[in-house]
Unconditional design. Structure first.
Length: 171
């Protein structure tokens, strides 16, 4: 990453998401210096995914970023969320499996996303199992609290066994 390109990328990152016009301008400058910069392409994908909800355009940027640098630890995490939001479950599952092999990536977050994928597919029991795996990879209090909060949330969605059997007996 050249110094000028870095300057514009960091400006764009600093502006995101609060000042999108300035962010886009800086990001376009960064990409003009290096159109294959994975971090800049990833940020462009985030803008389309998180701000504009244009998941198809976001996927194109994320795919380009992944092709530019398959070992980038930032891109997969944002790409997976984009895929989950767009209901591209098979693609998300493949990307999670691949990403778990990337050295230095936050595995707790990936297991959390795997849990979300199972939850979206309707398997709350599997989602809890993946959260247990996520807990093993938490190394900060914040990430551990996130996983535990998610566990409570999923458990709250599950039907209680005792109440359903009492209702059946009452009928």
């Amino acid at each position: 990453m050249t110094l000028t390109k870095s300057k514009y990328y960091f400006e764009a990152l600093d502006y995101y998401p609060y000042n999108l016009p300035e962010c886009m301008e800086a990001l376009n400058y960064a990409l003009s210096y290096d159109p294959e910069d994975a971090d800049a392409l990833c940020l462009m994908g985030r803008i389309y995914s998180e701000t504009l909800s244009d998941y198809e355009q976001a996927k194109r940027y994320f795919e380009e970023a992944m092709q530019s640098d398959v070992t980038n630890v930032n891109t997969p995490q944002y790409y997976i969320i984009c895929l989950l939001n767009n209901d591209d479950f098979q693609e998300a599952e493949k990307l999670i499996s691949y990403s778990l092999k990337i050295k230095g990536i936050d595995k707790a977050t990936l297991w959390l996303y795997r849990s979300m994928l199972s939850e979206k597919r309707g398997s709350l029991v599997n989602a809890l199992g993946f959260l247990a795996e996520a807990e093993k990879h938490c190394f900060t209090e914040c990430s551990l609290n996130t996983v535990r909060d998610r566990k409570k949330f999923i458990k709250s969605k599950m039907p209680e066994k005792g109440k359903t059997s009492k209702k059946k007996k009452a009928k």
